[in-house]
Design a protein around this ligand. Structure first.
Ligand code: AHR
Length: 506
């Protein structure tokens, strides 16, 4: 048994939690759209072809914002191809994923899906094959109320009210050699600032994210952000970050430790953004949009990324997640919450089939992957503000990081409801953890509202069509609350959540 202590105090607040960190991502890639969220003729499809089984699981997952239409797809996309009468829409080669794009699903269908799912849409403009002119036309089509050719075109497409899309991405991963229309930091910084100016001219209420590095191990990491922000600092609100966790050496403790690399990643990007601010003598702070993150390494070979013959909606990167992947994702959410002062938006990439928490079969069922569960529980229960977690825990060493604490934790507190929620990961694989949480200044008459654990004896256990609930949360029974102290016994290699409520808040 190992012992760990977690202390939080009502007065030590990181920030209000921006619940847009519980976002996800729908790309025209593989079967995310087609036979994912959209499948006319499916037994559960509504009159517009939206799968209601996937809709129900999406609601249960609880994302707050969804990024669309890519990803790499964005850099070769003509938004005009996906609007208007379906029979008139062109069929195109998608050069990002070597697929055939039928355009039977486009912006208006996506907005309808978001409205039905009660999720905020996030759109991106193509800065790969296109640029300023397309971007200004796209936002005018989407957000201008009416009276111009483009806004009336939207209205003629059955969308009388403007879409009011507030969050826009200025391209995708423009530093990556794989990106259609890849740019140097100078080239991208220039087009990003000019595009931002035009988008804001059409709709001054929007928020804009510039592309950061596509991964923290890119050769231009750091200098890319510095140069890009040097150009567009005044015109953008966010810089993006992308991370895909890998279990490179099939070493679970090392894999779980990679969560801490994200912590460093965020701190470094904040440092670069703030050094640009310093150079410009500005008090403005650029926020972080972690708009692609997930585990992704098992289905990353060329055969997973590309199928021969330009197929429509092929099976691409349909990663089957196991229990340890769910632990990593649960821990990553804690890290994101613990940076709530700067990370205001994040998107689990992606939503369905393509590295997704939800899997489907065409014409068949939909089910929850292992990674569904920590996301759904965190998104449902994390509200209010994030408290600074002071952790006292034994630690271990891994190749990726010198000192990793066995306890990874995050605490949210909502004064409006009196609820304080503790999220805790025991990264020790052989020992139970005796955890004491001191909830200072948050009321002494505290009760436990809900307690859950995600645990499986087999780190490689998966959820499949035949056995969809192999890895699923269970009530946590070894927890007690006494005044300000919560005591729990965490299983080795487990993700845990404790929802408490105090009736005597000051
Ligand atoms: O999410 C899959 C792909 O990963 C996205 O299209 C791209 O942005 C990233 O490299």
């Amino acid at each position: 048994m190992i012992h760990a202590k977690l202390v939080v105090d009502s007065d030590f607040v990181i920030s209000e939690l921006d619940r847009r960190i519980f976002g996800t991502f729908v790309e025209h890639m593989g079967r995310c759209v087609y036979t994912g969220i959209f499948e006319p003729g499916h037994p559960t499809a509504d009159e517009t072809g939206l799968r209601q089984d996937v809709m129900a699981l999406t609601r249960e997952l609880g994302p707050t914002i969804v990024r669309y239409p890519g990803g790499n797809f964005m850099s070769g996309y003509n938004w005009e191809d996906g609007v208007g009468p379906r029979e008139d829409r062109p069929v195109r080669l998608d050069l990002a994923w070597y697929s055939t794009e039928t355009n039977q699903f486009g912006t208006n269908e996506f907005i309808d899906w978001c409205r039905k799912a009660d999720i905020e849409p996030m759109l991106g403009v193509n800065l790969g094959t296109r640029g300023l002119d397309e971007a200004r036309a796209y936002i005018e089509y989407c957000n201008h109320p009416g009276g111009t050719t483009l806004s009336e075109l939207r209205r003629s497409h059955g969308q009388d009210q403007p879409h009011g899309v507030r969050f826009w991405c200025l391209g995708n991963e423009m530093d990556g050699p794989w990106q259609i229309g890849r740019k140097t930091a100078e080239e991208y910084g220039r087009i990003a600032v000019e595009t931002a100016k035009l988008l804001r001219s059409v709709d001054p209420t929007i928020q804009l994210a510039a592309c950061g590095s596509s991964a923290h191990n890119m050769p231009t990491y750091g200098t890319w952000e510095d140069t890009v922000l040097d150009h567009c600092f005044e015109q953008v609100d966010f810089i993006s970050l992308h991370t895909y966790f890998e279990n490179k050496h099939d070493a679970t403790e090392e894999f779980l430790g990679n969560i801490d690399v994200t912590d460093t990643f965020i701190q470094e990007i904040v440092a670069v953004a703030d050094s640009v601010a310093a150079r410009k003598h500005s008090t403005k702070r650029i926020m972080l949009s972690f708009d692609e993150w997930n585990v992704w390494y098992k289905s990353r070979g060329i055969d997973d990324l590309r199928k021969p013959g330009w197929p429509v909606a092929p099976r691409l990167i349909e990663e089957v997640y196991n229990f340890e992947d769910a632990l990593v994702n649960g821990g990553a959410l804690m890290v994101l919450m613990n940076h709530a002062d700067r990370v205001k938006v994040a998107c689990l990439a992606q939503l369905v089939n393509v590295i997704g928490p939800i899997m489907t079969e065409p014409g068949g069922p939909a089910w929850r992957q292992t990674i569904f569960h920590p996301f759904a529980l965190t998104a449902r229960h994390a509200h209010g503000r994030v408290l600074r977690p002071v952790i006292d825990s034994p630690s271990y060493e891994a190749k990726t990081f010198p000192e990793i604490r066995y306890l990874c934790a995050s605490v949210t507190d909502d004064p409006a409801t009196g609820r304080t929620v503790v999220f805790a990961l025991n990264r020790h694989l052989g020992e139970e953890m005796d955890l004491k949480v001191h909830l200072r200044g948050l009321g002494r008459q505290r009760t436990l509202v809900e307690a859950a654990e995600l645990h499986h004896v087999n780190m490689k256990a998966t959820n499949t069509r035949e056995a969809p609930d192999t890895v699923t949360p269970a009530p946590h029974t070894r927890v007690s609350v006494d005044g300000e102290v919560l005591t729990a016994r965490l299983k080795p290699g487990s993700w845990n959540m404790f929802v408490t409520h105090a009736t005597d808040r000051g």
